[in-house]
Design a protein around this ligand. Structure first.
Ligand SMILES: [Zn+2]
Length: 132
């Protein structure tokens, strides 16, 4: 059973309030790099060496190009983790916001927007679809 229009509008207002309260966010992902680097003379290429890392870094796209940033301090890493996690929340809220708007559009009754001239024209089946 579908929600009523007032319920849907309440849901939409709730979502909008949550979106407006989001903290700083940014698209991107935090990935871990671990293993041997590209320098064959590096100590990591010696036998029994575990390789570098794990090193975390932030990657994101700017105009289609992937940008990678490493974190100079743990605080910077934590900040980026928060921002990326907040973006995931934004995406989820945004998806729900679009969905509830689409439901509202389906539930909203048709408004009487016809001009008097338009109304004079005979209509094959004029039905009031107010009740829903
Ligand atoms: Zn190395």
């Amino acid at each position: 059973m579908a929600d009523s229009l007032p319920q849907l509008e309440k849901h939409r207002a709730d979502l909008l309030a949550q979106i407006s309260q989001l903290a700083d966010f940014r698209p991107g992902s935090i990935t871990s790099t671990q293993g041997r680097c590209g320098n064959p003379n590096c100590h990591c290429h010696k036998p029994d060496e575990p390789g570098h890392g794990p090193n975390l870094r932030l990657t994101y796209k700017v105009e289609g190009k992937t940008v990678t940033e490493s974190f100079a301090t743990p605080a910077l890493q934590r900040k980026a983790e928060r921002e990326v996690a907040e973006f995931a929340r934004y995406r989820e809220l945004s998806r729900a916001f679009v969905e509830v708007n689409a439901q509202i559009c389906r539930a909203r009754p048709v408004e009487d927007t016809l001009s008097p001239q338009e109304k004079k024209r005979p209509k094959p089946s004029v039905r009031k679809s107010r009740a829903k």
